[in-house]
Structures are given as structure tokens and as C-alpha cells.
Ligand binder design. Structure first.
Ligand code: KIV
Ligand code: ZN
Length: 401
């Protein structure tokens, strides 16, 4: 039995997620999403980047005041939600971030500064020494406002590892409580990302005093795999978004990380306190409000994630759901029928749906089922979309007309 520690779920749907091209949420919509995230049981929400605009400031402030104190449906977590605001390593950003979050019972400032040579040279035009100085100053300033301070070396994944050890040792000494390791451009493989987390935990002085956090982007489709590799190597916070929305190809998706841990409780050395039954409803709310459609085959929350179309699969699922389902749909809040009827469906699936629709009680003979099945196949062959219950009703009434 592995010893498990609590994994802090840090949701950044309202900050990194909102940076998805084309997404803009108004304040009421942000508050609505924040309330849902609180019910879902996340531990921290990054509510925004207050210095970015007066609108961003007001949204973070409202979330801090209205959502921060809410405890309904958080029995799983047993603690208030921490409201976090992002700030560059700049005095004005840090002061503004604190102003926006200060009314939440539990609040955090998250400050960041790039550490890769490419960012230092071309974007910030500062030396490594100046980078350390600026980052330490920012953490100390944030610490003068609140105890809970997170620091991110932006583009950590492409930064020199020994430089990371040097700067992060100073950041820990300056009082940061969480160190987040962003793979800002989604560049690393799972082995490399896991090794980086392990290397930093082993080499940064005072690393046991802080929580190590993952922050992965999905440019190569590896955000979830990288995040899980980070958790396997000692990270105890993970930064995620609902439906994996975010810059470019997006961020690690909350539902994928949580359901991986849920499905393999003996693999990961951490547990979560998310109410998994609220995953699908939360996904729908975020999709509706952001206008970002979830791809149908998206793991966990795509509309096809629990549908079975081929006859062989349908037959198996009807006999025992575990033949083709590793997660019970109801565990993520999906309760509708999961058999999609189409041209690959078999007679068993049609008969079963007829039964659910109440037809078999009406003395339907096996010969009639055969005829309905034939008519169903004819329709399914000519139709581009799945056969619906209405289609089946029509076939049955033709049969009995
Ligand atoms: O991807 C990134 O580097 C970020 C930081 C601001 C944490 O989002
Ligand atoms: Zn990011």
C-alpha cells in the first residue's frame, strides 16, 4: 500500500483558460464558473490577472468576496477555496493582485518571471543575476501582503536546470510556499518532465518546505501525461483547466488528471478531493459560457466518451458494462443511455432499446423484432446521423400500422 498525500487541485480555467483565443467571459459568467468550481471541490482557483484591466480586477475581487467564503458542497474538501491572482514580478502587479483577493478568507498571490535564456535574452533583456534579484524581490513583496505565495519560473521546461536550482533555492529562502514548474510551450516528454520535478526536489535547498506544482501545456498532446509524471515524482499541486482550455493547444485538463488518479488508486502517490460526479455538469457550464465546444472524442467529457456504436461493443456492454467501460459514466455525472444506435448496431442493442422504450411488453414477437431490426438497418444505412428514439418510434408504428 503506497503512502498517499493530498494533491492540491489548482484550477486556472478563469486565468490561463480564459487566455484561449476567442474566449472572453463577463464578470457574472466568471462568478458562475467560480461557484461551480467551488462545488466541484477544487482547492485553489486562479481567478484572473487583476492588473490586466479594470474588468479583470473587478471579476477577481467579486470572486474573492462572493465565492471565497462559500462552504456549501465542500464537505469533501473541508476547507475554504483559496482565491489566487496572477502577477508579473512587478510591484504594481503584486499590489493590485493583493487588493483584488484580500477579502477572500483564504488567498494567494502567484508571481512569475521567465528563467529560460531565450526569454531572458529576447523578451526580458536581463541577465540571470538580474532575474534572480527581480524574482526574489517580487516574492518578498508578495510575502509582505500574504503568507501564501506561489512562484513560477516561466518556461522552466526550457531553462538551464542548474540555474533553476540556483534561483529556486533563493525563492524558497525568500518565503514562497508553492513552486510551480511550467512547461509553458508544451515541449517536454513525460520522462523529461518527471525527471525535472525529481531533480529540483532533490537539489533545491529547503525543497521540503514548499509544495511543488505542475503546469503543463498541450502543444504535443502530452499535458496530462506530463502532469501525471510530475505527480509520480513528487509534485503535490497540479494546475489544470476544465476541458483543457487554454493558450494554443490548451492546458492539462482537470477531468483527465482526476479520473486517471480515480481509475488507478494504487499507482499515484496522491489522492484528490474532487466530487467527480460534478465533472460533466462543470464541463457543460464552461463550454456553454466560453463558447468553446468540447471535441466529441475528448477523454472523459466528450459526447462520445461513453458511447458504443459497434455491434460487438454494444453486445459486450449489454452483457457487462466493464467489457468496454473503464469508468462508470455516472461517476463523472453522465446518466443518459450510452448506446448510440447506428449502422453498426446489432439486434441485441435494438431489442434492448425497444425494451427501454416500453415496446416489448406489448406482446411483440421475435419475428416483429426481426422486421423492426431490418427496417432499422435500412434507415441507419441511409442516415448520416445516429438513429434516434423518435426514429425507432416511427419504425415501430409503421410495423404495427
Ligand atoms: O504557462 C505558463 O508559463 C504560465 C505561467 C504564468 C504560470 O501560465
Ligand atoms: Zn500556462
Amino acid at each position: 500500500m503506497i503512502h498517499k498525500r493530498k494533491l492540491v487541485i489548482f484550477d486556472t480555467t478563469l486565468r490561463d483558460g480564459e487566455q484561449s483565443p476567442g474566449v472572453t467571459l463577463n464578470t457574472d459568467e466568471k462568478v458562475k464558473i467560480a461557484k461551480q468550481l467551488s462545488r466541484l471541490g477544487v482547492d485553489v482557483i486562479e481567478a484572473g490577472f487583476p492588473v490586466a484591466s479594470p474588468g479583470d480586477f473587478l471579476a477577481v475581487e467579486r470572486i474573492a468576496r462572493e465565492v471565497g467564503p462559500l462552504m456549501e458542497d465542500r464537505e469533501n474538501v473541508g476547507k475554504p477555496l483559496t482565491i489566487c491572482a496572477l502577477a508579473r514580478a512587478v510591484k504594481k502587479d503584486i499590489e493590485t493582485a493583493y487588493d483584488a483577493i484580500k477579502d477572500a478568507p483564504s488567498h494567494r498571490i502567484h508571481t512569475f518571471l521567465a528563467t529560460s535564456d531565450i526569454h531572458l535574452e529576447h523578451k526580458l533583456k536581463i541577465s540571470r543575476e538580474q532575474c534572480i534579484e527581480r524574482a526574489v524581490e517580487a516574492v518578498k513583496l508578495a510575502k509582505s501582503f500574504c503568507n501564501d505565495v506561489e512562484f513560477s519560473p516561466e518556461d522552466a521546461a526550457r531553462s538551464d536546470h542548474n540555474f533553476l536550482v540556483q534561483i529556486l533555492t533563493e525563492i524558497v529562502a525568500a518565503g514562497a510556499t508553492t513552486i510551480n514548474i511550467p512547461d509553458t510551450v508544451g515541449y517536454l516528454s513525460p520522462t523529461e518532465y518527471g525527471d525535472l520535478i525529481k531533480f529540483l526536489i532533490e537539489n533545491v535547498k529547503g525543497s521540503d518546505k514548499v509544495i511543488w506544482s505542475t503546469h503543463c501545456h498541450n502543444d504535443l498532446g502530452l499535458a496530462t501525461a506530463n502532469t501525471l509524471a510530475g505527480i509520480m515524482n513528487g509534485a503535490l499541486q497540479t494546475e489544470v483547466t476544465i476541458n483543457g482550455i487554454g493558450e494554443r493547444a490548451g492546458n492539462t485538463s482537470l477531468e483527465e488528471v482526476v479520473m486517471n488518479i480515480h481509475t488507478h488508486p494504487n499507482v499515484y502517490p496522491a489522492y484528490h478531493t474532487i466530487n467527480t460526479k460534478l465533472i460533466a455538469p462543470t464541463s457543460r457550464i464552461v463550454s456553454d459560457l466560453t463558447g468553446m465546444i468540447v471535441q466529441p472524442n475528448k477523454a472523459i467529457v466528450g459526447k462520445n466518451a461513453f458511447l458504443h456504436e459497434s455491434g460487438i461493443h454494444q453486445d459486450g456492454v449489454l452483457k457487462n458494462k466493464e467489457t468496454y467501460e473503464i469508468i462508470r459514466p455516472e461517476d463523472v455525472g453522465i446518466y443518459t443511455s450510452n448506446l448510440l444506435l447506428g449502422k453498426h448496431s446489432g439486434r441485441h442493442a435494438i431489442k434492448s432499446r425497444l425494451e427501454e422504450l416500453g415496446y416489448l411488453g406489448k406482446d411483440m414477437t421475435e419475428a416483429q423484432v426481426d422486421q423492426i431490426f431490418k427496417n432499422f438497418k435500412r434507415l441507419a444505412d441511409s442516415k448520416k446521423t445516429p438513429v434516434t428514439d423518435d426514429d425507432l418510434h416511427a419504425i415501430v408504428s409503421d410495423q404495427f400500422a
